[in-house]
Design a protein around this ligand. Structure first.
Ligand SMILES: [Zn+2]
Length: 168
């Protein structure tokens, strides 16, 4: 089995047992395997172990297939491995802060589609944006300066010597 999941099968349209593209028999059913994943994300290759990964396997010839569900499990496991905010974490904080996805996107400085993809589990944020979301969620002072209009030109550049109030 390879790590390329681009040829994943759409299970919504193909109930089990499915036809095996290798041997032609209708003997493909779900199975669980232990899997050593190698996934590239954020410019790095990450290696991690998944003890129970759901795949499709042909009971006749043994061929194994990755499905959409397999992809989702690998994405979830990668997010967990990297310790990044989960969609439900982001969704909860947006609700608690009374922010729409649109407003949140503007204030972070990303496209609304980007936030939508995070929340739907279609993509995983970079570490840098995960850091930004955490300080945004964690500190009112950060939310005060990251407005929809963007930060002021001298945010982060002020010093004690400049004579303008700044935060240490
Ligand atoms: Zn087969």
């Amino acid at each position: 089995m390879c790590d390329d999941t681009s040829g994943a099968v759409d299970l919504k349209t193909k109930p089990h047992p499915r036809v095996c593209t290798e041997c032609g028999e209708t003997t493909v059913t779900p199975a669980e395997i232990a899997y050593d994943a190698e996934v590239k994300h954020d410019g790095r290759l990450h290696r991690f172990h998944i003890s129970r990964l759901t795949i499709d396997r042909c009971q006749r010839c043994g061929e194994e297939f990755f499905t959409n569900r397999t992809d989702e499990q690998i994405t979830t496991a990668l997010r967990e491995f990297l310790g990044l905010l989960r969609p439900q974490d982001i969704r909860r904080r947006l609700g608690e802060l009374g922010l729409t996805q649109q407003t949140f996107a503007e204030r972070l400085g990303v496209a609304p589609e980007t936030v939508s993809q995070w929340l739907n589990g279609l993509s995983i944020q970079t570490r840098a944006l995960d850091n930004l979301m955490r300080v945004f969620f964690g500190f009112a002072s950060v939310r005060d300066v990251l407005t929809a209009d963007g930060p002021t030109r001298n945010l982060g550049l002020l010093t004690a010597e400049s004579g303008v109030p700044y935060e240490r």
